[in-house]
Design a binder for this molecule. Structure first.
Ligand SMILES: [Zn+2]
Length: 130
């Protein structure tokens, strides 16, 4: 359950050969850290690096936390992939103004792309909690 330490999910991913997110234009290795901090020194559960590409995850948190942090960072990559954020242009994370239908189309296509290129990673992340 949620109180269980993150070790099993972290360990499974670390021990796997699919501990990265492939989005076609780049691969983001998923790496685990203790006391992860953002550029401005704030404690954080996960973050994306864009050059070189990497998803960094705080490993000292619950399994719920680790899973959510990985999925959260995957969606940062998906939204950047389909042109829905400015993450590569400084610190401005504003979403482009876009109508709901187009937003949903872009996010759902980005999600399918990420899921299809990362079948094993998504299988682990989408498992029902025990
Ligand atoms: Zn975020």
């Amino acid at each position: 359950m949620g109180r269980r330490s993150a070790n099993s999910l972290v360990k499974r991913l670390k021990d796997s050969d699919f501990c990265f997110l492939d989005v076609g234009w780049s691969k983001f290795p998923i790496t685990f850290h203790s006391n992860l901090k953002s550029e401005d020194g704030q404690k954080c559960d996960g973050l994306c690096e864009w050059s070189p590409t990497e998803i960094k995850i705080e490993e000292k948190q619950t399994e719920f936390g680790v899973r959510e942090a990985i999925i959260h960072e995957i969606f940062h990559v998906i939204t950047a992939t389909v042109g829905l954020d400015y993450a590569s242009e400084g610190d401005d994370d504003r979403v482009l103004e876009v109508k709901n239908e187009d937003l949903v189309t872009r996010i759902s296509r980005g999600f399918i792309l990420a899921q299809q290129l990362n079948i094993e990673l998504f299988e682990v992340l989408m498992e029902k909690y025990k």
